[in-house]
Design a protein around this ligand. Structure first.
Ligand code: BG6
Length: 472
C-alpha cells in the first residue's frame, strides 16, 4: 500500500538520540566506579580502550546543551551499574548517584525527557566473576539494582528500558564482551539459553517492581528487532525465515509482552536438549509482567534460506548483529541482493524498517519507541571545523520517512532516538566507526582536544525536530 497522504508525527513525539554509559562516559574507574566486564575485557585489536570514550562524564553539560540546541525532546542513555554499585551488589557509591542526578536534572532543565536504559552490556566485573547471567542469583542482583534506580531517580525519570539488546547478547555475546561460557561447558546452547532465561526473569521482575514503586512510570524492553525475509518464495525458505524470526525476534517480545516462550524456539531448544530450567516462581513472574511500550533498536533486516542439513547444530554465536549465521536444518543467512551496505558492511533497509514496525505492532499492539537506528561511517573533520555527512542525512531521511509510512499504516509510535547523539566507541570497531550528530575531536588512540563540533546532520536534525518531521 502506498499512502498518497501521510499522517503527521504525533504531538509530543519524543525526538532525540541515544548513547550507552560504557561507550560514551569514559571516567571508567573514577569517583568510586567499579570495573564492568567491558573494562576488564581484552580490547579488540586496533581499537582504543574505554577509559576516556567521548568523556561525557566530564562534559555532560556541554553535551546536553548541544542536544537542547538541536531541540531534543528526549535523551536515551544508560546508567552504569558499577557507578551505582561498584561491586554490583552491596554498598552504594554516592558519587555515582550524584552524577546521574546531575545528568537527569541537566536534561530536565531543557525539557529533555530522560529515557534510562538499566543495563547496556556492562555487567559488573565482580558479578562476572560469579558467573554473570549464568548464576541464578543474577535475577536478584538485577532487581536490587533496579530498585535502587527507581528509588533514586524515579521521581524524575518516566521512561525506563530494561536490558539493551538481550537478543544480540544471546546470539553474539562473546563479540560484545559479555556472556560467558563456563569452562568445560558441554552443551553451549543450553548454557546460553539458561542465561537468557535468567535475563527474561530479571526483566519481568524489574517491570513488575517498576509498576509497584512508580505507578506513573512506563517501562519496556529494548531488543534489536530485524524482520527476517525468506531468500525466495520457496516454501522451505519461508519456514527458515519463520525459524530465524522466532529465534532472533519473537522469543524476546512474546516473553516480554505475553509471558510465554515462543513455540518454535521452544521446540528448537527441545530438539537440542537445551530448554532452560525454571526456578520456582519464574513462570508466574513472567506472566505477571506487562510492558507499557516496546523499545527496540533497528539497523537492518536479515535474509535467510533453508539450510539443507538434517541435523540441527549449535547456534552460531560469533559475529555481530549483521553477520551471517547458519544453524543446520533451521536457517542459513544470505545477503539481500536488493540492499546496499554501509562502509562497515551492514545492509541498509529503510523499507524494512516500516515492515518490521508493522509486524511488531500487529503482533503486540503496544506503542513503539525507537531506541536505536543509525549509520556507522568514517567521518572527516574539515580544517574549518565542519563534518559534511550527507550520507547520514540521507540515511535518516529514508528511515524517518518510513516511520511516517508506518504511522500512516496505523502503527503507534512514541518517539525516535537514533544511535547516537554524539560520537562514541563502537561495540567492537572502535572510534573510527562514528554515528553521532556531534563530532568528537579524537582519534582511535590520540585523544586530541575532545572538543565537540556540529556535523551537517546536526543542523538537519534540528530542522526536522523543529517541524515535527514535516521538513525532512
Ligand atoms: C547496538 C548497540 O547493537 O548497536 C550499541 O546497542 C552499538 O551499543 C550499536 O554501539 C552500533 O553497533 P556497533 O557495533 O557499530 O557499535
Amino acid at each position: 500500500m502506498k499512502h498518497k497522504t501521510l499522517k503527521p508525527f504525533p504531538e509530543n513525539f519524543l525526538w532525540g538520540a541515544s548513547s550507552s554509559a560504557y561507550q560514551v562516559e569514559g571516567a571508567s574507574l573514577e569517583d568510586g566506579k567499579g570495573p564492568s566486564c567491558q573494562d576488564v575485557k581484552e580490547v579488540p585489536e586496533g581499537t582504543s580502550d574505554l577509559t576516556v570514550c567521548a568523556d561525557q562524564y566530564h562534559r555532560y553539560k556541554e553535551d546536553i546543551a548541544l542536544m537542547a540546541e538541536m531541540g531534543f525532546k528526549a535523551y536515551r542513555f544508560s546508567i552504569a551499574w558499577t557507578r551505582i554499585l561498584p561491586k554490583g551488589t552491596g554498598e552504594i557509591n554516592q558519587k555515582g548517584i550524584d552524577y546521574y542526578n546531575d545528568l537527569i536534572n541537566e536534561c530536565l532543565k531543557y525539557g529533555i525527557e530522560p529515557i534510562v536504559t538499566m543495563f547496556h552490556f556492562d555487567m559488573p566485573a565482580a558479578l562476572d566473576e560469579r558467573g554473570s547471567w549464568g548464576n541464578p542469583d543474577s535475577v536478584e542482583w538485577f532487581v536490587n539494582f533496579a530498585s535502587i534506580l527507581f528509588e533514586n531517580f524515579g521521581d524524575r525519570v518516566k521512561y525506563w528500558l530494561t536490558i539493551n539488546e538481550q537478543n544480540v547478547l544471546t546470539l553474539s555475546g562473546p563479540v560484545i564482551g559479555t556472556l560467558h561460557l563456563p569452562e568445560g561447558c558441554t552443551n553451549v546452547l543450553k548454557e546460553i539459553y539458561q542465561q537468557n532465561h535468567h535475563m527474561l526473569v530479571a526483566q519481568a521482575k524489574a517491570m513488575v517492581l517498576c509498576h509497584q514503586m512508580l505507578p506513573e512510570a512506563k517501562i519496556g524492553p529494548a531488543p534489536n528487532i530485524s524482520l527476517v525475509y525468506p531468500a525466495t518464495c520457496k516454501p522451505e525458505d519461508v519456514i527458515a525465515a519463520q525459524n530465524f524470526n522466532a529465534i532472533r525476534n519473537w522469543l524476546y517480545l512474546d516473553m516480554a509482552v505475553y509471558g510465554i516462550y515462543n513455540a518454535i524456539v521452544w521446540s528448537y531448544l527441545e530438539e537440542n536438549d537445551a530448554t532452560p530450567t525454571f526456578a520456582p516462581g519464574d513462570e508466574e513472574a513472567m506472566k505477571n509482567a506487562h510492558p507499557d511500550f516496546i523499545g527496540f533498536n533497528y539497523y537492518n533486516t536479515a535474509t535467510v534460506k533453508a539450510s539443507d542439513a538434517e541435523a540441527m547444530s549449535e547456534a552460531a554465536t560469533l559475529g555481530d548483529q549483521q553477520s551471517g549465521r547458519k544453524v543446520d536444518g533451521v536457517f542459513e543467512s544470505v545477503d539481500n541482493p536488493y540492499l546496499p551496505k554501509t562502509d562497515f558492511g551492514w545492509e541498509i533497509d529503510p523499507v524494512g524498517f516500516r515492515a518490521t514496525t508493522r509486524e511488531m505492532y500487529s503482533r503486540y499492539h503496544l506503542p513503539l519507541l525507537v531506541t536505536e537506528n543509525g549509520l556507522g561511517a568514517y567521518d572527516t573533520l574539515t580544517e574549518d571545523g565542519k563534518v559534511h555527512d550527507a550520507y547520514r542525512i540521507h540515511y535518516y531521511q529514508d528511515h524517518i520517512r518510513q516511520i511516517q509510512e508506518s504511522i500512516s499504516d496505523g502503527t503507534e509510535f512514541l518517539g525516535y532516538n537514533p544511535w547516537s547523539a554524539i560520537d562514541l566507541i563502537s561495540t567492537h570497531e572502535g572510534m573510527v566507526k562514528r554515528y553521532g550528530f556531534i563530532y568528537v575531536d579524537r582519534d582511535e588512540f590520540d585523544l586530541k582536544t575532545l572538543d565537540r563540533y556540529r556535523k551537517d546532520s546536526f543542523f538537519w536534525y534540528k530542522k526536522v525536530i523543529e517541524t515535527n518531521g514535516e521538513d525532512l
